[in-house]
Design a protein around this ligand. Structure first.
Ligand SMILES: *Cc1c(COP(=O)(O)O)cnc(C)c1O
Length: 387
Protein backbone atom coordinates (compact mmCIF):
# COMPACT_ATOMS: atom_id res chain seq x y z
CA UNK A 1 0.00 0.00 0.00
CA UNK A 2 1.12 3.53 -0.75
CA UNK A 3 1.14 6.03 2.14
CA UNK A 4 -2.08 7.78 1.03
CA UNK A 5 -3.88 4.45 0.92
CA UNK A 6 -2.60 3.36 4.34
CA UNK A 7 -3.69 6.65 5.90
CA UNK A 8 -7.22 5.91 4.69
CA UNK A 9 -7.56 2.13 4.71
CA UNK A 10 -5.85 1.10 7.96
CA UNK A 11 -8.80 0.93 10.31
CA UNK A 12 -9.81 -0.45 13.69
CA UNK A 13 -11.58 -3.80 13.41
CA UNK A 14 -15.20 -3.42 12.20
CA UNK A 15 -17.89 -4.12 14.84
CA UNK A 16 -21.00 -6.27 14.33
CA UNK A 17 -22.86 -3.08 13.25
CA UNK A 18 -20.83 -3.10 9.98
CA UNK A 19 -20.04 0.64 10.25
CA UNK A 20 -18.04 2.16 7.37
CA UNK A 21 -16.39 4.99 9.29
CA UNK A 22 -14.74 3.91 12.55
CA UNK A 23 -16.81 4.88 15.63
CA UNK A 24 -15.54 6.68 18.70
CA UNK A 25 -14.69 4.29 21.55
CA UNK A 26 -15.31 6.69 24.40
CA UNK A 27 -14.72 4.29 27.27
CA UNK A 28 -12.21 4.41 30.09
CA UNK A 29 -12.09 0.65 30.61
CA UNK A 30 -12.97 -2.64 28.91
CA UNK A 31 -14.86 -5.62 30.36
CA UNK A 32 -13.71 -9.23 30.53
CA UNK A 33 -15.78 -12.38 29.82
CA UNK A 34 -14.71 -13.88 33.12
CA UNK A 35 -12.07 -13.69 35.82
CA UNK A 36 -9.79 -16.03 33.88
CA UNK A 37 -9.77 -13.74 30.82
CA UNK A 38 -8.99 -10.76 33.06
CA UNK A 39 -6.02 -12.66 34.48
CA UNK A 40 -4.78 -13.77 31.06
CA UNK A 41 -5.00 -10.26 29.52
CA UNK A 42 -3.17 -8.74 32.51
CA UNK A 43 -0.51 -11.44 32.24
CA UNK A 44 -0.22 -10.58 28.50
CA UNK A 45 -0.97 -14.20 27.58
CA UNK A 46 -4.02 -12.98 25.69
CA UNK A 47 -4.19 -9.77 23.63
CA UNK A 48 -6.94 -7.34 24.53
CA UNK A 49 -7.89 -3.89 25.74
CA UNK A 50 -7.73 -3.17 29.46
CA UNK A 51 -7.89 0.54 30.24
CA UNK A 52 -7.63 3.68 28.09
CA UNK A 53 -4.56 4.98 29.93
CA UNK A 54 -2.78 1.96 28.34
CA UNK A 55 -4.46 1.70 24.96
CA UNK A 56 -7.80 2.19 23.20
CA UNK A 57 -9.06 1.12 19.73
CA UNK A 58 -9.10 4.72 18.42
CA UNK A 59 -5.60 5.41 19.75
CA UNK A 60 -4.34 2.09 18.34
CA UNK A 61 -5.73 2.93 14.91
CA UNK A 62 -4.00 6.32 14.90
CA UNK A 63 -0.72 4.69 15.93
CA UNK A 64 -1.01 1.99 13.30
CA UNK A 65 -1.32 4.69 10.64
CA UNK A 66 1.52 6.79 12.09
CA UNK A 67 3.87 3.79 12.20
CA UNK A 68 2.97 3.08 8.58
CA UNK A 69 3.56 6.68 7.47
CA UNK A 70 6.84 7.05 9.41
CA UNK A 71 8.10 3.52 8.55
CA UNK A 72 8.42 2.71 12.25
CA UNK A 73 7.87 -0.52 14.17
CA UNK A 74 5.75 0.68 17.09
CA UNK A 75 4.39 3.80 18.78
CA UNK A 76 2.70 5.48 21.73
CA UNK A 77 0.28 8.43 21.65
CA UNK A 78 0.34 11.29 24.16
CA UNK A 79 -2.02 14.09 25.17
CA UNK A 80 0.19 16.73 23.49
CA UNK A 81 3.41 17.13 21.55
CA UNK A 82 5.23 18.17 24.71
CA UNK A 83 3.80 15.10 26.45
CA UNK A 84 5.44 12.99 23.72
CA UNK A 85 8.79 14.76 24.05
CA UNK A 86 8.84 14.70 27.86
CA UNK A 87 7.47 11.15 28.06
CA UNK A 88 10.01 9.81 25.55
CA UNK A 89 13.06 11.55 26.98
CA UNK A 90 11.90 10.82 30.53
CA UNK A 91 11.63 7.13 29.69
CA UNK A 92 15.02 6.86 27.97
CA UNK A 93 17.25 9.09 30.13
CA UNK A 94 18.60 8.70 33.63
CA UNK A 95 20.65 10.74 36.05
CA UNK A 96 24.17 11.29 34.67
CA UNK A 97 23.12 11.13 31.02
CA UNK A 98 23.92 13.87 28.53
CA UNK A 99 21.83 15.01 25.55
CA UNK A 100 23.29 16.58 22.42
CA UNK A 101 20.69 18.79 20.75
CA UNK A 102 20.47 21.31 17.96
CA UNK A 103 20.34 24.86 19.27
CA UNK A 104 17.13 25.75 17.44
CA UNK A 105 14.49 23.88 19.39
CA UNK A 106 10.82 24.43 20.13
CA UNK A 107 10.53 26.80 23.15
CA UNK A 108 9.18 24.22 25.63
CA UNK A 109 11.72 21.58 24.54
CA UNK A 110 14.41 24.16 25.31
CA UNK A 111 12.86 24.62 28.81
CA UNK A 112 12.92 20.84 29.33
CA UNK A 113 16.63 20.58 28.54
CA UNK A 114 17.80 23.76 30.26
CA UNK A 115 15.58 23.91 33.38
CA UNK A 116 13.65 20.71 34.03
CA UNK A 117 15.98 17.78 33.25
CA UNK A 118 18.98 19.35 35.03
CA UNK A 119 16.96 18.94 38.30
CA UNK A 120 17.35 15.18 37.76
CA UNK A 121 21.03 15.30 36.86
CA UNK A 122 20.58 15.18 33.06
CA UNK A 123 22.82 17.60 31.18
CA UNK A 124 22.81 18.88 27.60
CA UNK A 125 24.91 20.65 24.97
CA UNK A 126 23.68 22.65 22.01
CA UNK A 127 25.28 22.40 18.59
CA UNK A 128 24.72 24.72 15.65
CA UNK A 129 23.04 23.27 12.59
CA UNK A 130 25.38 25.32 10.41
CA UNK A 131 28.57 23.94 12.03
CA UNK A 132 28.58 20.13 11.56
CA UNK A 133 32.25 19.93 12.62
CA UNK A 134 31.17 21.07 16.12
CA UNK A 135 28.86 18.15 16.79
CA UNK A 136 31.36 15.33 17.23
CA UNK A 137 33.46 17.39 19.68
CA UNK A 138 30.42 17.85 21.91
CA UNK A 139 29.86 14.10 22.35
CA UNK A 140 31.03 12.85 25.76
CA UNK A 141 31.09 9.32 27.26
CA UNK A 142 27.81 10.29 29.02
CA UNK A 143 26.04 11.24 25.77
CA UNK A 144 23.03 8.99 25.31
CA UNK A 145 21.12 10.60 22.50
CA UNK A 146 20.95 13.29 19.84
CA UNK A 147 17.76 15.35 19.61
CA UNK A 148 16.99 17.53 16.58
CA UNK A 149 14.29 19.42 14.72
CA UNK A 150 14.61 19.89 10.98
CA UNK A 151 13.33 22.31 9.74
CA UNK A 152 13.49 24.15 13.07
CA UNK A 153 10.77 26.32 14.57
CA UNK A 154 10.82 29.22 13.69
CA UNK A 155 14.34 29.60 12.23
CA UNK A 156 13.76 26.99 9.46
CA UNK A 157 17.30 25.69 9.96
CA UNK A 158 17.89 22.30 8.38
CA UNK A 159 20.17 19.52 9.56
CA UNK A 160 21.62 17.00 7.13
CA UNK A 161 20.03 13.78 8.37
CA UNK A 162 22.20 11.54 6.20
CA UNK A 163 25.35 12.96 7.84
CA UNK A 164 23.83 12.82 11.32
CA UNK A 165 22.64 9.24 10.80
CA UNK A 166 26.24 8.25 10.05
CA UNK A 167 27.54 10.10 13.10
CA UNK A 168 25.04 8.44 15.42
CA UNK A 169 25.95 4.98 14.08
CA UNK A 170 29.67 5.66 14.39
CA UNK A 171 29.32 6.89 17.99
CA UNK A 172 26.59 4.40 18.93
CA UNK A 173 24.02 6.99 20.02
CA UNK A 174 20.26 7.21 19.68
CA UNK A 175 18.88 9.72 17.18
CA UNK A 176 15.54 11.37 17.94
CA UNK A 177 13.89 13.69 15.42
CA UNK A 178 10.97 16.05 16.09
CA UNK A 179 9.38 15.82 12.63
CA UNK A 180 6.53 18.23 13.33
CA UNK A 181 7.33 20.79 10.62
CA UNK A 182 7.96 18.35 7.78
CA UNK A 183 5.38 15.65 8.61
CA UNK A 184 5.88 12.13 7.18
CA UNK A 185 4.66 13.49 3.84
CA UNK A 186 7.87 15.50 3.29
CA UNK A 187 10.53 13.35 4.97
CA UNK A 188 10.94 10.13 6.96
CA UNK A 189 13.75 10.42 9.52
CA UNK A 190 13.80 6.61 9.84
CA UNK A 191 15.22 6.51 6.28
CA UNK A 192 18.36 8.10 7.75
CA UNK A 193 18.58 5.91 10.84
CA UNK A 194 16.43 7.83 13.36
CA UNK A 195 15.50 5.54 16.25
CA UNK A 196 12.56 7.64 17.36
CA UNK A 197 10.36 10.18 15.56
CA UNK A 198 8.27 12.65 17.57
CA UNK A 199 5.27 14.70 16.50
CA UNK A 200 3.09 17.42 17.83
CA UNK A 201 -0.07 16.04 16.18
CA UNK A 202 -1.66 19.38 17.13
CA UNK A 203 -0.11 20.94 14.04
CA UNK A 204 -0.36 19.47 10.51
CA UNK A 205 -1.68 16.08 11.62
CA UNK A 206 -4.86 17.64 13.01
CA UNK A 207 -4.46 20.42 10.48
CA UNK A 208 -7.62 22.23 11.50
CA UNK A 209 -6.63 23.70 14.85
CA UNK A 210 -8.98 21.58 16.97
CA UNK A 211 -7.22 19.11 19.27
CA UNK A 212 -3.88 18.59 20.99
CA UNK A 213 -1.93 15.40 20.49
CA UNK A 214 1.57 13.96 20.55
CA UNK A 215 3.08 10.89 18.89
CA UNK A 216 6.25 8.90 19.44
CA UNK A 217 7.06 6.19 16.88
CA UNK A 218 10.26 4.18 16.55
CA UNK A 219 11.93 0.87 17.24
CA UNK A 220 10.07 -1.81 19.23
CA UNK A 221 12.73 -1.68 21.92
CA UNK A 222 12.52 2.08 22.56
CA UNK A 223 8.72 2.17 22.38
CA UNK A 224 8.56 -0.65 24.96
CA UNK A 225 10.47 1.57 27.41
CA UNK A 226 8.34 4.60 26.55
CA UNK A 227 5.11 2.60 26.87
CA UNK A 228 6.12 1.36 30.33
CA UNK A 229 6.96 4.91 31.45
CA UNK A 230 3.80 6.45 29.98
CA UNK A 231 1.42 3.75 31.25
CA UNK A 232 2.50 4.41 34.80
CA UNK A 233 2.74 8.21 34.60
CA UNK A 234 -0.52 8.89 32.72
CA UNK A 235 0.01 11.25 29.75
CA UNK A 236 -2.28 9.20 27.46
CA UNK A 237 -4.11 10.66 24.46
CA UNK A 238 -7.90 10.78 24.81
CA UNK A 239 -9.87 8.47 22.47
CA UNK A 240 -11.77 11.50 21.14
CA UNK A 241 -8.57 13.27 20.09
CA UNK A 242 -7.26 10.04 18.55
CA UNK A 243 -10.49 9.67 16.57
CA UNK A 244 -10.22 13.26 15.25
CA UNK A 245 -6.52 12.83 14.39
CA UNK A 246 -7.00 9.50 12.66
CA UNK A 247 -9.72 11.02 10.45
CA UNK A 248 -7.37 13.94 9.74
CA UNK A 249 -4.62 11.60 8.54
CA UNK A 250 -6.91 10.55 5.68
CA UNK A 251 -6.29 13.99 4.10
CA UNK A 252 -2.74 14.68 5.41
CA UNK A 253 -1.03 14.15 2.06
CA UNK A 254 -3.48 16.35 0.17
CA UNK A 255 -3.34 19.11 2.74
CA UNK A 256 0.44 19.15 3.14
CA UNK A 257 0.98 19.24 -0.63
CA UNK A 258 -1.36 22.24 -0.88
CA UNK A 259 0.24 23.99 2.13
CA UNK A 260 3.62 23.60 0.38
CA UNK A 261 2.30 24.85 -2.95
CA UNK A 262 0.75 27.95 -1.31
CA UNK A 263 3.85 28.60 0.81
CA UNK A 264 6.18 28.50 -2.21
CA UNK A 265 3.89 30.86 -4.16
CA UNK A 266 3.72 33.29 -1.21
CA UNK A 267 7.50 33.20 -0.74
CA UNK A 268 8.08 33.83 -4.46
CA UNK A 269 5.58 36.70 -4.49
CA UNK A 270 7.22 38.37 -1.48
CA UNK A 271 10.88 38.05 -2.49
CA UNK A 272 12.22 41.53 -3.18
CA UNK A 273 9.34 43.29 -1.39
CA UNK A 274 10.79 46.66 -0.25
CA UNK A 275 9.34 46.30 3.30
CA UNK A 276 11.27 43.05 3.82
CA UNK A 277 14.89 42.42 4.69
CA UNK A 278 14.51 38.75 3.75
CA UNK A 279 12.06 35.96 2.91
CA UNK A 280 13.02 32.49 4.19
CA UNK A 281 11.60 29.36 2.61
CA UNK A 282 13.54 26.10 2.14
CA UNK A 283 12.55 25.67 -1.52
CA UNK A 284 13.53 29.23 -2.58
CA UNK A 285 16.89 29.14 -4.42
CA UNK A 286 18.01 32.08 -2.22
CA UNK A 287 17.58 29.94 0.94
CA UNK A 288 21.05 29.29 2.44
CA UNK A 289 20.39 25.52 2.69
CA UNK A 290 18.44 25.17 -0.56
CA UNK A 291 20.57 22.23 -1.79
CA UNK A 292 20.07 20.31 1.45
CA UNK A 293 16.33 21.08 1.42
CA UNK A 294 16.09 19.61 -2.10
CA UNK A 295 18.10 16.58 -1.04
CA UNK A 296 16.14 15.53 2.02
CA UNK A 297 12.66 17.07 1.72
CA UNK A 298 10.04 16.22 -0.89
CA UNK A 299 8.64 19.81 -0.77
CA UNK A 300 9.51 22.93 1.23
CA UNK A 301 6.86 22.79 3.97
CA UNK A 302 4.07 25.16 4.93
CA UNK A 303 6.02 27.78 6.90
CA UNK A 304 7.51 30.97 5.49
CA UNK A 305 9.34 33.44 7.70
CA UNK A 306 9.62 37.14 6.96
CA UNK A 307 12.26 39.51 8.23
CA UNK A 308 10.44 42.86 8.35
CA UNK A 309 12.64 45.96 7.94
CA UNK A 310 12.44 48.20 11.03
CA UNK A 311 12.43 45.56 13.80
CA UNK A 312 9.70 44.93 16.34
CA UNK A 313 7.70 48.13 15.65
CA UNK A 314 7.50 47.43 11.93
CA UNK A 315 6.67 43.74 12.54
CA UNK A 316 3.86 44.79 14.90
CA UNK A 317 2.46 47.24 12.32
CA UNK A 318 2.57 44.53 9.65
CA UNK A 319 0.71 42.07 11.88
CA UNK A 320 -1.90 44.62 12.95
CA UNK A 321 -2.55 45.58 9.31
CA UNK A 322 -3.49 42.05 8.22
CA UNK A 323 -7.17 41.75 7.37
CA UNK A 324 -7.55 37.98 6.97
CA UNK A 325 -4.62 36.12 8.53
CA UNK A 326 -5.08 35.16 12.20
CA UNK A 327 -2.72 36.27 14.98
CA UNK A 328 -2.21 33.03 16.89
CA UNK A 329 0.48 30.74 18.27
CA UNK A 330 -0.61 27.61 16.39
CA UNK A 331 0.60 26.44 12.99
CA UNK A 332 -0.34 23.87 10.39
CA UNK A 333 -3.96 25.04 10.34
CA UNK A 334 -6.16 25.47 7.26
CA UNK A 335 -6.23 29.17 8.21
CA UNK A 336 -3.16 31.32 7.57
CA UNK A 337 -1.63 32.27 10.91
CA UNK A 338 1.04 34.84 11.74
CA UNK A 339 3.16 34.73 14.88
CA UNK A 340 5.78 37.10 16.20
CA UNK A 341 8.13 34.58 17.91
CA UNK A 342 10.30 37.10 19.82
CA UNK A 343 7.34 38.54 21.77
CA UNK A 344 5.24 35.35 22.09
CA UNK A 345 6.35 31.71 21.59
CA UNK A 346 10.03 32.47 22.21
CA UNK A 347 9.65 35.39 24.66
CA UNK A 348 10.88 33.24 27.58
CA UNK A 349 14.29 32.88 25.94
CA UNK A 350 17.10 35.27 26.77
CA UNK A 351 17.93 37.90 24.16
CA UNK A 352 21.21 36.15 23.25
CA UNK A 353 19.50 32.75 23.02
CA UNK A 354 17.05 34.23 20.51
CA UNK A 355 19.86 35.87 18.55
CA UNK A 356 21.72 32.53 18.38
CA UNK A 357 18.73 30.86 16.72
CA UNK A 358 17.94 33.66 14.28
CA UNK A 359 14.87 34.98 16.11
CA UNK A 360 15.31 38.68 15.44
CA UNK A 361 12.86 41.39 16.61
CA UNK A 362 11.58 41.78 13.02
CA UNK A 363 10.97 38.06 12.35
CA UNK A 364 7.38 37.01 11.61
CA UNK A 365 6.40 33.38 11.11
CA UNK A 366 3.67 32.75 8.58
CA UNK A 367 1.95 29.38 8.66
CA UNK A 368 0.50 29.43 5.18
CA UNK A 369 -3.05 28.11 5.14
CA UNK A 370 -5.30 26.55 2.53
CA UNK A 371 -7.27 29.68 1.60
CA UNK A 372 -6.97 30.78 -2.03
CA UNK A 373 -3.35 31.77 -2.64
CA UNK A 374 -4.52 34.98 -4.37
CA UNK A 375 -6.27 36.06 -1.15
CA UNK A 376 -3.26 35.16 1.01
CA UNK A 377 -0.82 37.10 -1.18
CA UNK A 378 -3.22 40.06 -1.35
CA UNK A 379 -3.59 40.18 2.46
CA UNK A 380 0.15 39.96 3.19
CA UNK A 381 1.19 42.47 0.51
CA UNK A 382 -1.39 45.08 1.54
CA UNK A 383 -0.25 44.75 5.18
CA UNK A 384 3.39 45.19 4.10
CA UNK A 385 2.46 48.30 2.07
CA UNK A 386 0.95 49.82 5.18
CA UNK A 387 4.28 49.28 7.01
C1 LIG B 1 4.08 22.76 18.79
C2 LIG B 1 5.34 22.03 18.80
C3 LIG B 1 5.65 21.15 19.86
C4 LIG B 1 4.75 20.98 21.06
O1 LIG B 1 3.53 20.42 20.73
P1 LIG B 1 2.17 20.62 21.58
O2 LIG B 1 1.22 19.71 20.91
O3 LIG B 1 1.81 22.06 21.49
O4 LIG B 1 2.48 20.21 22.98
C5 LIG B 1 6.84 20.46 19.78
N1 LIG B 1 7.70 20.61 18.76
C6 LIG B 1 7.44 21.46 17.73
C7 LIG B 1 8.42 21.59 16.63
C8 LIG B 1 6.26 22.19 17.71
O5 LIG B 1 6.00 23.03 16.70
Amino acid sequence: MEKETGAIRLQAERSHYREHSVPLYLTSSFVFEDAEQARAVFAEEEQGQVYSRYANPNVDELLQKMCYLEKAEDGFAFASGMGAIFGSLGALLQSGDHVLACRSLFGSTHQLLTNIFPKWGISYSYADASKPEEWENLITPATKLILIETPSNPGLELIDMEWLGELKRKRNLLLIVDNCFATPVLQNPTDFGADLVLHSATKYIDGQGRVLGGIAVGTKELIAQIRYFARHTGPAMSPFNAWVLSKSLETLQLRVEKHCENALKLAEALEGNPALEKVNYPFLPSFPQYELAKKQMRQGGGIVTLEVKGGYDAAKRFIDNLKMASISANLGDTRTIVTHPASTTHSKLKEEERAATGITPGLVRVSVGLESIEDIIEDVTQALEAV
